[in-house]
Design a binder for this molecule. Structure first.
Ligand code: ZN
Length: 392
């Protein structure tokens, strides 16, 4: 009898210890992982003049790519880790962010060759305490994160709008003229592997508010090849169906991370302009991650947008001047109206500043000789115009 109760006590103590360990991992591990990944490049901040600050405060700033949903933070709260949350968007005067959902990344991820055999997002999702339905289903994982952004928009205290249509964009602009602290987001996914090869999932994603699809991420998928995959192939028959369905529904195609063949095939069949949400120019920074002059010209000639990235593999530099050099090169090559910001904030990359430092970029553009109207276009108006024209 005594022996039994002793066993029960030991059992309860062990169980409690286990619960404390699991709880600590859940609390500490995601923060620790993010602190290792979403870093700063460590270059000295660009000094911002009064003129640049005034100009920046008057801009409508928009960014075509960030991965902030991945890290499990409450984006309604100011955080001391990562690059972006809603309070920091306000401080940096960023009006619109595209929140891209990362659903699967291979272990040992690199920009040259990856298979889709392993996945680092599964353990991260489990450690973050995501619902079990999201652990082994990519569509469920995507919809869970889309709902998180929907919930953020549903809480009036966040003063945050989800943009899903042209009507949402014009309503947002109207509200923001009255209250400049209101910010907005658009939902995207990074990699069409999350469709699980099923076209009906695209409709489920549309219903969850997703309006942009990055066709590839780090490995080849059922839609087409990744620039970092094994075969790096073109568009598959399923991929063609996905493009046509996206066009019917007014969803935006994003060619970031796509293989050269996939880019060619999509440009050959697309009836609407496409974007490359976060990239660089190979002529400035020679990497398979970046675009050739020919690709940049064809995307722009079809009415599309190039989002210039902020991180060293996109620009081959670490400071504000490196981002400005790429923005300058691409705008001279394809025209000022086709260049936008594609920061990759919170995309497991180092950047020169978090979102609160965006005025440094306005200063950098002034230093490089851009006039105020050109700066307005690059910093946000180009992207706003695109959404106002091509969303449903
Ligand atoms: Zn990316």
């Amino acid at each position: 009898m005594i022996k039994t109760s002793k066993t029960i006590v030991i059992g309860v103590v062990l169980l409690l210890a286990l619960l404390i360990i699991v709880w600590s991992i859940h609390r500490i591990a995601p923060a620790w992982v993010e602190q290792q990944r979403n870093t700063l490049t460590g270059t000295a901040p660009q000094r911002v003049s009064d003129r640049a600050r005034r100009l920046h405060q008057g801009l409508l700033v928009a960014d075509l790519h960030g991965d902030s949903l991945l890290w499990g933070r409450d984006l309604g709260e100011m955080s001391d880790r990562g690059h972006l949350d809603l309070p920091r968007m306000r401080l940096g005067n960023l009006a619109i962010e595209v929140f891209s959902i990362v659903s699967k990344t291979p272990r040992g991820l690199n920009i040259h060759r990856n298979t889709g055999d392993s996945d680092d997002i599964t353990p991260l999702s489990i450690v973050q305490g995501l619902p079990p339905r999201t652990w082994f289903s990519l569509p469920a994982r995507v919809i869970y994160h889309a709902n998180r952004l929907q919930d953020l928009a549903a809480n009036p205290a966040n003063r945050f709008r989800l943009l899903t249509s042209r009507a949402d964009v014009s309503e947002f602009l109207k509200q923001r003229r009255k209250d400049p602290s209101i910010t907005a987001g658009l939902l995207s996914i990074e990699g069409a592997h999350a469709l699980d090869g099923r076209i009906e999932i695209l409709d489920e994603f549309f219903d969850a508010g997703i309006r942009m699809v990055g066709l590839a991420h780090f490995f080849d998928n059922a839609v087409g090849g990744s620039a970092h995959g094994i075969k790096k192939g073109g568009l598959t028959p399923f991929g063609r169906r996905v493009i046509r369905r996206m066009e019917q529904r007014g969803m935006i195609v994003d060619l970031a991370h796509s293989s050269d063949k996939l880019i060619n095939d999509v440009l050959a069949m697309a009836r609407r302009p496409v974007v490359v949400s976060h990239t660089g120019a190979r002529s400035v920074c020679n990497s398979p991650r970046n675009l050739t002059d020919d690709q940049l010209r064809r995307i722009a000639a079809a009415g599309g947008l190039i989002g210039v990235g902020f991180w060293p593999q996109a620009t081959c530099g670490r400071g504000v001047a490196a981002i400005v050099r790429s923005l300058h090169y691409v705008s001279k090559l394809v025209g000022i109206n086709h260049v936008v910001l594609g920061s990759d904030f919170d995309g497991a990359v180092p950047v020169p500043f978090d979102v609160t430092g965006l005025a440094q970029l306005t200063q950098g553009l002034l230093n490089a000789g851009f006039n105020e109207s050109e700066i307005q276009n690059i910093m946000g108006v180009n992207l706003l115009r695109f959404f106002a024209e091509y969303l449903p």
